[in-house]
Design a protein around this ligand. Sequence first.
Ligand code: URA
Length: 192
Amino acid sequence: MDSKHTQLEQIATDIREKNVCPDLAMQAHRLVMGDGSVDADIMLIGEAPGKKEDETGLPFVGAAGKFLDQMLEAAGMNRKDVFITSIVKYRPPKNRDPTPAEKAAFLPYLLRQIAIIQPKVIAPLGRHGMEFFLPGVKIGEIHGQPQRMTLDGREVVIMPLFHPAAALYNGKLRQTLIDDFLKIPEVIRELK
Ligand code: URA
């Protein structure tokens, strides 16, 4: 069996070869696959790359990413302990929301990433990352509450969180996200 790195690289190759979301691909500079440990216990799933991510090819490197780094540090983790990605892997023009068709087109590739990394905890950041795992559920009602589910025959815990970009400049939401984030180490500990 190929190494996890090789298998993850193959996903990027397949996205290019299958010409997934050609309209997005044409306007974006980079495919942003994700970053972090391929053996991470926790996988964070955002929405789609923004401007900085599109320039660098790395997830969460703009203002929301800095905030994410602070929360990781406060929770005793850092980027190399986790794996960070997004549901949609090309930047939507002008940072518009990804469409349902775009999210559906990228979902099989996200599921392949999950199958390779096998995280114990999946933390969707915002509703776009969450809706596949917890369909029909509102993030405002379920954030910070770990949900057990079976994915591909494997038990995982889904820890829904607000998106750091949404919470960044909203004092109340910001504190809520920080509080929810700080619960993650305990959720992981309980699983071990
Ligand atoms: N927002 C996301 O959802 N993903 C990124 O990589 C950056 C901002």
